[in-house]
Write a protein that binds this ligand. Structure first.
Ligand SMILES: [Fe+2]
Length: 241
């Protein structure tokens, strides 16, 4: 049974997630999909429950830095970014880590993982140019899930591309952008099958999803902060299916 403290921490994180939804429902939906893909990858890697919890938290809050006043206009503008705007965008991992800093006492990996989600395996990422295993595991997992979702889901500035195109992009990033072992695992047939199922479900109209969920027990692991899709009544307008 959960203790009062565990319930409080889950409620606090869920409140933070609601704040993301309230500001930007599209990002709210994106981070939930990223969390579900990241959990599939983490579970398939045989990671322990504690690490899975932290991967989920990093996935859910990896883009919280985009809410910063200096960046929201840029992210809401559908036109191509200027070089200056592009530079501003690269500040979002550290802005996110700053927002989450007070939680570091309880979740030491959270701010570090969020800060590192745009680092690349070969050391050419940002903001710290971390290389290889110096990049926190949570960030390495989330980075694959994030790229996969960015390709397969329509965003303000790009159209959705196919599942095959997304897996090709992940394969191409092996050893340069992404952890090669995690890429091999992600692209293995059993993991891809799970990812494809999760993707189809995430793209399903809400009504059909509700129906399916009723017959489904424990689709995601029972972790401390287990995100749950918001009820239909509370969905914001403009939320993508
Ligand atoms: Fe990001």
């Amino acid at each position: 049974m959960r203790t009062q403290a565990q319930r409080l921490s889950a409620a606090t994180l869920e409140t933070l997630l609601n704040a993301i939804d309230a500001n930007d429902a599209i990002t709210g939906a994106h981070v939930r999909r990223v969390a579900s893909y990241a959990l599939i990858l983490g579970e398939s890697a045989g990671l322990d429950k504690r690490t899975l919890h932290s991967i989920e938290r990093v996935a859910l809050f990896h883009d919280i830095g985009k809410l910063h006043e200096a960046l929201t206009d840029i992210f809401h503008d559908p036109k191509k970014l200027t070089p200056e705007e592009r530079r501003a965008v690269t500040t979002h991992p550290l802005r996110g880590a700053e927002v989450l800093e007070p939680l570091s006492v309880f979740y030491p990996e959270l701010a570090k993982g969020v800060a590192a989600h745009h680092e690349r395996w070969d050391g050419s990422g940002y903001p710290r140019r971390l290389k290889g295993r110096r990049i926190p595991l949570q960030a390495r997992v989330v980075s694959i899930a994030d790229t996969f979702d960015a390709i397969t889901h329509r965003r303000r500035y790009s159209h959705a591309r196919s599942f095959a195109e997304a897996t090709r992009a992940i394969a191409e990033g092996k050893g340069s952008q992404f952890d090669p072992d995690l890429v091999d695992l992600f692209l293995s047939p059993p993991v891809l099958a799970k990812i494809e199922r999760a993707m189809r479900q995430a793209h399903m109209p809400q009504q059909k999803r509700d129906k399916r969920r009723r017959g489904q027990i424990h689709r995601v692991p029972d972790i401390t902060f287990r995100w749950r899709p918001r009820s239909r009544g509370s969905r914001s307008r403009g939320h993508q299916p």
